[in-house]
Design a binder for this molecule. Structure first.
Ligand code: HEM
Length: 213
């Protein structure tokens, strides 16, 4: 889907969380702890972009939306950009580059930091392997296998959020609305992919067994 309008929509959706964050900062609408607001909202934006990127493929199963395919890569790269900003705000701004504080998070009572770090590393690998010349060098088959890791990154990010929020997703107590929504979205998208892959495989087997049918 080309043209100025589509391009504006593709990038506008991705910039929206950042622009609203800037607007809220400039107009004094943040909480008394603005650095925490930035950490949380950039983390949420990273996860949102990841879910949007994952929903592109199922959307393209409907013929009129086939042209959306390149949006998957764009939104995936925005997810990584927000994840970089999220970690920069935390480590660079909040911890003022005291890496021992980050290390303490990882080592002590914040297991969610491990899930975040794992999701971040997977997103970094996906971003590093997304330029066209890397795709060509890897070959389509290997590139596809590597890029399936996007589901792993999304699941890790959901667990990271579920553990980071003040609440308990298992007992549905506290602030669990967002991780529940994100978890349902990622699980639904994974299920849809699995069902379609299974149907395609079944059709291919049937065609191989009855080539003239
Ligand atoms: C080294 C990597 C990461 C670290 C150390 C990290 C650290 C953190 C911390 C400390 C918080 C809680 C902030 C607070 O409660 O004050 C948080 C929340 C969050 N992070 Fe991360 N994060 C990392 C990577 C990621 C990635 C890759 C994503 C998404 C793709 C992500 C998404 C989120 C979300 C959605 C929240 C919860 C926001 C909410 O409360 O709804 N994080 N992270």
């Amino acid at each position: 889907m080309r043209g100025c309008g589509w391009t504006a929509l593709r990038h506008g959706v991705a910039w929206f969380p950042f622009l609203t964050l800037l607007f809220d900062t400039a107009t004094g609408r943040l909480s008394p702890n603005p650095i925490q607001d930035w950490t949380l909202r950039t983390g949420r934006a990273a996860l949102l972009m990841l879910v949007l990127s994952l929903s592109v493929t199922p959307a393209t199963w409907w013929r009129p939306l086939r042209g959306l395919k390149p949006w998957r890569r764009t939104w995936g790269l925005y997810a990584f950009a927000y994840a970089v900003l999220h970690v920069y705000i935390l480590v660079g701004v909040d911890y003022t580059w005291r890496l021992d504080w980050l290390w303490a998070d990882l080592g002590r009572d914040k297991p969610y930091a491990w899930y975040g770090a794992a999701a971040w590393l997977l997103l970094a690998v996906l971003a590093a392997t997304s330029p066209r010349r890397v795709v060509r060098a890897l070959g389509a088959r290997r590139w596809k296998a590597v890029h399936r890791a996007v589901y792993g990154a999304a699941l890790l990010a959901v667990v990271h959020q579920a553990l980071a929020v003040k609440g308990n997703v298992l007992t549905l107590q506290g602030d669990v609305r967002r991780p529940l929504l994100a978890g349902l979205a990622v699980a639904g998208l994974l299920l849809a992919r699995a069902v379609v892959a299974w149907q395609r495989r079944r059709r291919a087997v049937r065609r191989a067994l009855h080539p003239t049918a």
